[in-house]
Design a protein. Structure first.
Length: 269
């Protein structure tokens, strides 16, 4: 649009402002194309020194503008919320409605609802988005849906850490990747304890896994690999273990609180 050369400066400024509005500029709180808009799958919540892993259905859909509502799932119940985009690095959330189904994982839902409200800072990196509250609590999310849980059986599990006295410690560097075990669908278990290979019978009953007597090779094992082997031998022989798989992670826990964490390596052939 051509502007007459001799119009007063105030009128020129008014015309420019009108042109900006017609071109789609909006008031604070809309920010079309905001970088955090889209569907995000919740990975975990961290608050008060604790981290809670998210159930697969926990997610948030942030609308492209404040004229639309955010929607999502707390882990069981669905919800809506109003979202104001203050800047590329901050949003304000006002919770709306929620369903009222009876849910098992009420702790995660309660914490998620508590964190996803008020002013949140936004940290966006590639396919990851982290929302942070004023007290430093975080909601970690990913653009990728969570991986399905690996099956307990027919999966090669590589031991990554041991749990003792409520504290988890990573496998020593010298023993990383050395302890691997598989539980076959027929109930036979086999693998490596870190040095010697072993085999045993394994029984799965609901959330418990029980190993029978272990048969193993007899190589002399010293150092970190020997210590890892001794710990695993004691754990597998301690009686029923509670097992839980989340994504590609397996946790085995004995009645005394000792246990292990293992990662799915590959499907057993």
């Amino acid at each position: 649009m051509r502007t007459p050369r001799h119009l007063p400066a105030a009128l020129v400024a008014l015309l420019a402002l009108a042109a900006t509005a017609c071109a789609g500029g909006g008031p604070r709180g809309t920010l079309p194309g905001h970088g955090s808009a889209g569907t995000w799958f919740v990975q975990s919540l961290t608050t008060g020194g604790r981290t809670l892993s998210a159930p697969p259905v926990a997610r948030v859909h942030l609308p492209p503008s404040a004229s639309d509502q955010a929607t999502g799932n707390y882990g069981c119940n669905g919800f809506t919320a109003e979202v104001a985009y203050e800047s590329p690095s901050a949003i304000t959330v006002k919770p709306g409605s929620t369903t009222a189904m009876a849910c098992e994982n009420t702790e995660f839902e309660t914490v998620f609802a508590k964190l996803f409200t008020g002013r949140l800072t936004v940290d966006r990196h590639a396919n990851a988005l982290t929302l942070k509250t004023a007290d430093g609590s975080t909601i970690a999310m990913s653009a990728e849906p969570p991986a399905p849980d690996a099956p307990l059986t027919a999966t090669a599990w590589t031991v990554t850490s041991l749990v003792s006295g409520g504290t988890a410690a990573s496998v020593p560097v010298e023993a990383v990747g050395k302890a691997v075990f598989t539980i076959a669908p027929d109930g036979s278990a086999s693998g490596s304890l870190g040095c010697n290979r072993f085999s045993a019978k394994a029984a799965v009953e609901g959330a418990t896994l029980t190993f029978g007597p272990l048969t193993s090779t007899r190589m002399a094992c010293e150092g970190p690999r020997g210590e890892l082997e001794a710990n695993l031998t004691a754990l597998f022989g301690s009686g029923p273990l509670t097992w839980k798989v989340q994504g590609a992670t397996l946790n085995l826990t004995a009645t005394d609180g000792n246990g292990l964490t293992a990662k799915a390596a590959s499907a057993a052939e």
